[in-house]
Design a protein around this ligand. Structure first.
Ligand code: PLP
Length: 441
């Protein structure tokens, strides 16, 4: 069965009577008029269709828990939706913990990740009731144990390991290969366990955690990951008589940004993981563990689009045509960070046959601020609303105030209704943290 991550557009996308693109029953031109641009638009139906697909696909394995990787896109409204969908949250900073906690999220269903958690982050996580810590390295084991001891508490932990699996994705978003900044190397696990047995009495090890990368298109990665982890669980049981009952496989399922991308469905991933669980728990003679997965991009990526207004344009003599928009690398860093490609349409003129090659440029003071290079689009006029698809994940979450540009607003659309989930930043908020010290006056 097909799932929304295999399509470029949100599931409710259509062209309405006016000839404009509509998502969630809302005309994108009207949204641009009401909320102004740049604007992130999120289709609630697509988000919930993905969360439901994950739940349905893993129904056959009841000892399963889905955790949404909040870093892909997080606001309090998204936390609410995840709570309603029965998802936990995978968090990786004090800011994400604060957002989850203040949204009213059940913190026992959260996992705290990260390769350099600070003293303050850890204190905040413990005080907020974060359910489990994924411990990344020896430094963190010592720090977490000492903080837990000082608070007279015991913390439940997973060890983040580097399973040594290469997935074929961009180098910057691979994480599970051996030369990675994340996690314990397989050869370091025993030292970690011995420290836990001998010294770190305030940490309770319950399982292993791995995450092999992002924007993954291959099933085999997940199959192999399960095997590597189950083999370790067996080895740890034999050597230390410690029975690990939890396995976290991370996230990473890919989405379709352009026609070149051929992501697999949630059902294919689920079947692969479940097969591997069944086969490898037999093979290594371990009891089937509780399994967690942490999808981020695949839950939210396809649901989100970004709207821009077309401004100036430049025809380089005998060269490219550049069309500038009112946003850029501040609201979407991915094209300049890792040459990410997108599918683009003109929201008020999606069907015109008269096309030309154009490069969509941002408004920032960087030549690298190009959102889409050499794409074929209907001829753009000033004031047209340009729609970038699949910007839901790692768009807003990687956004910046570069050039002191305000962060964009986000709306949630459903059944013809639109609601703000993120207000556009104001100039007052932009300067809120600025201080002019007496000493320079
Ligand atoms: C980023 C991350 C995820 C989510 O990855 P996606 O590719 O967005 O699904 C899950 N787990 C960990 C540990 C991560 O760092």
């Amino acid at each position: 069965m097909k799932t929304p991550n295999q399509d470029i557009k949100p599931i409710t996308t259509r062209i309405n009577e006016k000839g404009n693109i509509e998502i969630g029953g809302c005309d994108l031109i009207e949204l641009a008029n009401i909320y102004s641009t740049p604007l992130y638009v999120f289709d609630e139906a697509t988000i919930r269709s993905m969360t439901k697909a994950y739940k349905d696909a893993f129904k056959k394995y009841p000892k399963m828990m889905m955790m949404y990787a909040a870093k892909a896109f997080m606001t309090k409204a998204i936390c609410k939706i995840m709570e309603q969908e029965g998802f936990g949250l995978d968090l990786c900073s004090g800011g994400e913990i604060y957002t989850a906690k203040t949204s009213g999220f059940d913190m026992s269903k959260t996992l705290f990740n990260g390769n350099n958690k600070s003293y303050e982050d850890i204190c905040m996580a413990i005080d907020s009731g974060v359910g489990t810590f994924s411990v990344d390295n020896f430094f963190e084991l010592a720090l977490l144990d000492s903080i837990a001891a000082s608070k007279n508490t015991t913390v439940q932990i997973l060890l983040r390991i580097t399973p040594g699996i290469e997935c074929h994705t961009h180098e910057y978003i691979q994480t599970g290969h051996l030369d990675s900044k994340f996690g314990f190397d397989l050869t370091q696990i025993d030292s970690a366990i011995e420290l836990l047995i001998d010294e770190y009495k305030n940490l309770k090890l319950v399982g292993l955690h791995a995450h092999t990368g992002s924007q993954i298109f291959e099933k085999q990665v997940y199959y192999d990951e399960v095997e590597v982890i189950f083999k370790e669980i067996r080895r740890i049981k034999d050597k230390y008589n410690i029975i690990l009952t939890e396995v976290n496989l991370g996230g990473g399922l890919g989405i379709k940004y352009t026609e070149d991308d051929k992501p697999i469905s949630v059902y294919e991933i689920a079947d692969t993981i479940i097969d591997s669980i069944k086969i490898n728990s037999e093979k290594y003679k371990i009891e089937e563990p509780y399994v967690f997965i942490e999808p981020g991009r695949s839950i939210i990526g396809t649901a989100g689009v970004t709207l821009y207004t077309a401004g100036s344009s430049k025809q380089v003599p005998n060269g490219r045509k550049y069309q500038a928009v009112d946003g850029g690398m501040s609201d979407n860093a991915r094209p300049s960070l890792y040459q990410a490609k997108y599918t683009v349409e003109i929201a008020n003129n999606p069907l015109s046959e008269e096309k030309e090659q154009v490069t969509i440029a941002g408004k920032h003071c960087e030549s690298g601020d190009i959102l889409a290079k050499d794409i074929l689009l209907p001829v753009i006029n000033e004031g047209d609303i340009i729609c970038f698809y699949t910007t839901g994940a790692y768009g807003y979450s990687m956004s910046s105030n570069y050039n002191r540009v305000l962060k964009s607003a986000a709306v949630l659309v459903n059944n013809g209704n639109s609601d703000i989930i993120l207000n556009r930043q104001t100039y007052e908020q932009l300067c809120e943290s600025d201080v002019i010290p007496e000493s320079i006056l």
